[in-house]
Write a protein that binds this ligand. Structure first.
Ligand SMILES: Cc1cc2nc3c(=O)[nH]c(=O)nc-3n(C[C@H](O)[C@H](O)[C@H](O)COP(=O)(O)O)c2cc1C
Ligand code: SF4
Ligand code: SF4
Length: 378
């Protein structure tokens, strides 16, 4: 089995999965239970005085049948006294000496992990400031400023506190793409050479592996635990180690940052890499969702065919397809629409090179420029 042991800023843990600061790390009982179930570490819920929270403090965004696709909170702080929390943190340290609360004995000071907010224009600027200030590691992201909705019968923004609300912090699966981008941006910054703990929408081993591939040295989870409980750690550990075994990655270091060299800027991308949508007619269920999307929302590059002969009902108009991917994204059947490379003999050329007069663009279809609206047959 792959070795998931983690040494993050001299904090050793049996696996990279830590509970993020939040309601699941409120009490000794919760953290102890989580450790018993296999969590590698825990960041205690923020504590302080005075203890004042509002009533009704969570808002949720559902997507179809998926509950809590996005989650938002206006919770400031632990509802429990500081002294009580400190007593329980000491108890955790006593009873779970091998979890995150143990740090390498040779170091004299407790590692400081600075948690970064995403609510800034350029997170790398803040990350560099934290490094300058002596941080041992960074964790990101904290929650994103948000209002999750408005009750249209009362005009109360949600979650409502006696008829009013304030912006809250957004988290859960909806924020993962933002978190992945920010983790990669910080990890790629040459002046940030300290470990990064990835947070934001992690709910599966795949999410975890993606964060690690983009440079995270450990992972933190809050919303998924609030939704499904501590037991998800079993799937996280099993899934990650099975995948690592299958791919021949022995340790997390073999995976960490592997995707980073592939993150670049738009002007560095190859303009001569051309794609075309391809429909597997054997898989097509004839729903025509791809046609609607391409017709109204893209490039009118799918032709509708008469339904009466029992054959295909949609086909790609190759000279009109710009390879944008929209049809593949809307098709409800896995792998029914795939994007295929159209080879050409032109060497790669980036916008940067092209704009500087270097390199040649492979020809693009005239149709891209000349297409006009022409209704498809009914
Ligand atoms: C209800 C709730 C309370 C939170 N409280 C804290 C907190 O006290 N301190 C803190 O640093 N982060 C807090 N967070 C933020 C989480 O630690 C985490 O950064 C964020 O939720 C993104 O991760 P997730 O998508 O796995 O939830 C809280 C999050 C939630 C949902
Ligand atoms: S890839 Fe884009 S342009 Fe091509 S068929 Fe699909 S939606 Fe239309
Ligand atoms: S969206 Fe997919 S399944 Fe539906 S018609 Fe298009 S190719 Fe067929």
């Amino acid at each position: 089995m792959a070795d998931l042991r983690t040494n993050f800023a001299d904090i050793k843990s049996p696996n990279p999965f830590w509970l993020a600061s939040g309601p699941p790390t409120n009490t000794y009982g919760q953290v102890a239970k989580a450790f018993d179930q296999g969590w590698g570490g825990a960041v205690w819920k923020t504590i302080g005085e005075p203890i004042i929270n509002v009533f009704s403090r969570y808002g949720s965004v559902d997507l179809g049948a998926t509950r809590m696709m996005g989650f938002n909170n206006i919770e400031l702080i632990s509802d429990r006294p500081v002294a009580e929390n400190l007593k329980e943190i000491a108890e955790v340290k006593r009873n779970y000496p091998t979890q995150i609360v143990e740090w390498v004995k040779e170091v004299a000071t407790i590692p400081v992990i600075v948690k970064l907010t995403p609510n800034v224009t350029d997170i790398t600027y803040i990350a560099r400031a934290a490094v300058k200030g002596g941080a041992d590691a960074l964790s990101l992201i904290n929650t994103i400023n948000s209002i999750v909705g408005v009750d249209l019968s009362t005009f109360e923004p949600q979650p409502s506190v006696a008829g009013k609300s304030s912006h809250g912090g957004y988290c859960g699966p909806a924020v993962k793409p933002i978190a992945l981008h920010l983790v990669s941006a910080v990890a790629a910054d040459p002046s940030v050479k300290i470990p990064i703990s990835g947070i934001g929408g992690i709910a599966s081993w795949r999410d975890a592996a993606e964060f690690i591939a983009l440079g995270a040295g450990s992972l933190q989870v809050c919303t998924a635990v609030m939704h499904y409980g501590f037991r998800i750690v079993e799937d996280l550990i099993d899934g990650l180690s099975t995948w690592m075994d299958e791919r021949g990655h022995r340790t997390l270091a073999d995976v960490r940052g592997r995707a980073l060299p592939r993150v670049t800027t738009w002007e560095e991308l190859d303009l001569n890499y051309h794609l075309l949508a391809h429909i597997d007619q054997d898989k097509c269920i004839k729903c025509e969702l791809c046609w609607t999307a391409c017709e109204d929302g893209a490039h009118q590059a799918i032709r509708r065919l008469p339904r009466d002969n029992g054959g295909p009902v949609v086909e790609i108009i190759e000279e009109a397809c710009v390879g944008c991917n929209l049809c593949a994204a809307v098709c409800p059947v896995q792998e029914c629409i795939t994007m295929r490379q159209v080879p050409n003999e032109y060497p790669p050329v980036s916008w940067k090179e092209y704009a500087a007069g270097k390199g040649k663009l492979a020809p693009r279809s005239e149709h891209f420029h000349t297409a006009t609206w022409a209704p498809s047959p009914k």
